[in-house]
Design a binder for this molecule. Sequence first.
Ligand SMILES: Cc1cc2nc3c(=O)[nH]c(=O)nc-3n(C[C@H](O)[C@H](O)[C@H](O)COP(=O)(O)O)c2cc1C
Length: 321
Amino acid sequence: MIRRTPTVDLATTIGSLRLPNPVCTASGTAGHGDELARHLDPAGLGAVVVKSLHAGPWPGNPAPRVHATPAGMLNSVGLQGPGVEAWLEHDLPPLVATGARVVASIWGRTVEEFAAAASLLADAPPEVVAVEVNASCPNLEDRRNLFAHSTTATGEVVDAARAAGRPLWAKLSPNTPELPEMAGAASGAGAEAVTVANTLLGMVIDVEARRPLLGAGRGGLSGPAIRPVAVRAVFDVHAAHPGLPIIGVGGIANGEDAVQFLLAGATAVQVGTATFADPAAPARVLADLAGWCDRHGVREVAELVGAAHVVQGSADREESG
Ligand SMILES: Cc1cc2nc3c(=O)[nH]c(=O)nc-3n(C[C@H](O)[C@H](O)[C@H](O)COP(=O)(O)O)c2cc1C
């Protein structure tokens, strides 16, 4: 049984939401319901973010859908899910019964589909404490460019999600140099926080078959391989929008990884790919984080948030090459 260090105040504030600690699951890596409850206490996490839901059932992509890569994995699961109504009826109740705070993630191919998914969440129980708007999926009306690669589309999907009547987190893409602008657009449209970030676009080729290896061809890269990219993304968004809460995600596998994200400016973190190797990873990261704070004389985890920005210009000198 993993025990938390009691002397550290781990509470964090994300917009209007107060969480008992900053460690959450990452969408798509913890199931739709209480799947992780056999391995950890979901109520002990900051929140459980479930896999992105479309308004209706969605089959996802053809197999193979996942492939191990150096220090990470490539996936093309393709947002398979039961749809919001079936989720509310079948998957959510056992998760709520664990005492967890639940964040519902939604996606769509059009702004209208985001609005439909959000409307269906309007009557969800109060344990659904926020909605994460997965803006990092293809926009059918913009030649399949990601919503989160356009300030206009990012603002539109966030605005559409207001129908859920809950605090909104916008899940952004690391695949654009304009990530801070996307964060600004999400905030301007009503998002209380931004989740930074989704997977990096990637591909693996099967050299014997001479074809892309994943069934869908293209995929998303996650795990420790992307951590420096995600830390920098959080750092840049915090620098541009110091008052905007950020949930940092990308390659977090232990407490020190989480500390990096907090120092870069995140007020909370999510653990994703690490959960596939160790289903208790989010709880372990939380215990690690508390232990790290204790060893370093940190009494409140909130004092770490953005602390890497204090020395002005120190991070502005580096670039590759
Ligand atoms: C198999 C798999 C499925 C995912 N599904 C979703 C999803 O449904 N919605 C979403 O917003 N992100 C999804 N993600 C992205 C993760 O939530 C996270 O942003 C990303 O993997 C980076 O974090 P990590 O390196 O800790 O996994 C998925 C990631 C993986 C590996």
